[in-house]
Design a protein around this ligand. Sequence first.
Ligand SMILES: [Zn+2]
Length: 151
Amino acid sequence: MSDDSNDIPYDIGDLTLPQAIVRGVTLRCPACARGKLFRGLIQMNKRCSDCEFSFERDPGYFLGSTYINYGFTAATTTVSYVVLHFGLGYTNGQLLPGLATFCLIFPLVFFRFARSLWLSLDCYIDRVGASEAMSGTRQAESSNLNSTDRR
Ligand SMILES: [Zn+2]
């Protein structure tokens, strides 16, 4: 058993909460903050282009990002309603079309940020799982190297 911890360029154990939030909001790799999470409008990269960190660890991994998306949508709608209705005196009839449209559009716009925040906050909370994702990448690379060596 070899100790390859020195080969890992970025230690996910050093990730702080502000770093995790900034990397999540800027749609960057939670491990190195350089690689981009998305290659298109909604298409995600499977790995970081800079440090090879695996973004999707398991099938359905990003299902949890819907909680973040729903939470932001509900909180923003609630705060907007309270401020506009009770603070500025708008009627429910005036607010309904705008807030209903917001509830349909905002989750689509926020989709990328919800996934990015889910990944970075998961890396901050579950450091063992994040480190395994990183070392799993390394093991996959070394097994690919071994298989090509045998040819
Ligand atoms: Zn990276």
